[in-house]
Design a protein around this ligand. Structure first.
Ligand SMILES: [Zn+2]
Ligand SMILES: [Zn+2]
Length: 364
């Protein structure tokens, strides 16, 4: 009888612990916490060890690993063997010879040191943001390790840093100097105090030069050719592009070479729009580029955010070029911190990468 009671008590304690909000960060963060990762939309990859467990026995292993991961989230400590998990896909681009690249994004490095301690607002930002995304450096380590292991270069689709601090810029500089990284800007590359920062061009311009110094390619517009495939990185981090970017893009795609396009903000497609709008149960925009204006009218969200995310003429032109150019073979994006593959046209896939995820592409 005693045994039965203690067993029952253990079950009650175990079950009730699942509903105790041990820390606000664990519950609300959509970045690196155990709970949101447990219910992530990429169920095949074990969140605890990063391995793929398939079949009935795999599901069994994964269940126990998910429970372990859940408790890791509560105590704030995760297994030491890496923060990232990797997914695999293939792009049939018509490469001269097959090669691999790793796509990652939204690392959100959120550190600060004595050089910025004089700025109280920045210190406050750093304290809050470090709780929000504390595993950034481990993700960078994992990326380096995996890139070396498989001999691939890294396409980073932005938000490598969370806000502009000396320390964050140093880390980005070290990472891009020691690894083969091709990057485009994310909105956070130009954020300073985060919460008050909208898509503000003047602010971007005030930090743009020093941020750029931490990268090895131009993060507003760059081209790189790998085995007959052209990678084009375009900064659309404020949900729009500028006319000079569209003009350069038009020139770059005119030669008909196969193109893989790297953007921070995903482009509109009905499937990803639906995914984004169903993601949270509070009013929010879709955080996509070139959403048709009549659909945006249903957002029911802060008017200035809707205004910021409206496509301008250059952005619509860019979008039309993308959907009408069959030589664009894939789009890789980030920004929304979840894994989703959308079908932009019947022949063009867009891969949105989750925070903590590396997508390994074999390009043929
Ligand atoms: Zn991000
Ligand atoms: Zn972003």
């Amino acid at each position: 009888m005693k045994k039965k009671i203690s067993l029952l008590l253990s079950v009650i304690v175990l079950l009730s612990s699942c509903f105790i909000p041990a820390s606000a960060d664990v519950i609300t963060s959509n970045h690196n916490d155990g709970i949101s990762r447990m219910f992530n939309d990429r169920p095949d990859f074990c969140l605890y060890c990063g391995e793929l467990h398939t079949g009935t026995s795999g599901a069994f292993v994964r269940f126990f690993h998910d429970v372990a991961y859940f408790f890791c989230g509560i105590v704030g400590k995760y297994p030491e063997n890496g923060r990232m998990w990797f997914s695999y896909d293939t792009v049939d681009a018509g490469a001269d010879e097959p090669f691999c690249f790793i796509h990652a994004g939204d690392t959100h490095v959120s550190l600060i040191d004595e050089r910025d301690y004089g700025d109280a607002r920045l210190v406050d930002t750093a304290e809050k943001r470090f709780d929000y995304c504390p595993y950034d450096l481990r993700c960078l380590d994992d990326l380096s390790f995996k890139a070396n292991e498989i001999g691939a270069f890294i396409v980073h689709t932005g938000d490598l840093i969370d806000f502009v601090s000396q320390k964050n810029l140093d880390i980005a500089k070290e990472f891009t100097a020691n690894n083969d990284v091709f990057a485009c800007a994310g909105n956070h590359e130009y954020h300073v105090y985060i919460w008050d920062d909208g898509d503000d061009v003047a602010r971007r311009e005030s930090v743009e030069q020093k941020v750029q110094e931490s990268f090895t390619n131009d993060i507003r517009f760059s081209v790189r050719i790998e085995h007959g495939v052209k990678f084009i990185a375009v900064d659309n981090s404020f949900h729009t592009v500028e006319q000079w970017q569209v003009d350069r893009f038009r020139e770059e795609i005119a030669d008909g070479m196969p193109v893989i396009l790297a953007l921070h903000v995903p482009v509109y497609a009905p499937d990803i729009f639906e995914f984004q709008m169903n993601k949270y149960d509070y009013p929010h925009p879709a955080w996509l580029m070139a959403v048709p204006e009549e659909i945006m009218a249903e957002y029911n969200y802060e008017p200035q955010w809707i205004e910021e995310q409206k496509a301008n003429e250059a952005t619509n032109e860019f979008y039309n070029l993308i959907i009408n150019s069959p030589n664009i073979k894939a789009i890789v994006t980030g920004h929304d911190h979840a894994h989703f593959v959308s079908q932009v046209t019947p022949t063009l896939k867009q891969y949105m990468v989750a925070t903590d995820e590396g997508q390994i592409f074999a390009v043929r």
